[in-house]
Design a protein around this ligand. Sequence first.
Ligand SMILES: [Zn+2]
Length: 136
Amino acid sequence: MKINLKDLAKYEQAIAQKYGEVSVANPRSFWDEEKEKKHLKELKEISIRNIKRALASEKVEKDGYLVSKKLINRESERTCPACFEYSFDIKDDVYMNKYDCCSRCYLQFVEDREERWSNLSERVDLLASYHKLGEK
Ligand SMILES: [Zn+2]
């Protein structure tokens, strides 16, 4: 079925009449750069809190490594706790399990510096300064 622009406008009008103007407005019109920035900052702050909580939680041994129980239990969660990127890559699972981060973060933060990474307070400081949350 082909919808021409005239029909489309008609449908939009009908929808707006029934559900209000908000229902046909472009979602972008409610969003701007300021809101996006604030949203991202909040996301990062929440994530940092979650990292701290997870790091402070009980550790269990997995494949010879001590990992946060919380991080293991959230198997459905595929977001790297270090960079907050969502990973679809199966190979990230290995890094996620061993180092609580994705393979990219492993290369950036962990490789050759495993000791620093395994020190949890240093890790939090490192990530906080990486995400510039330590600055006020
Ligand atoms: Zn990452």
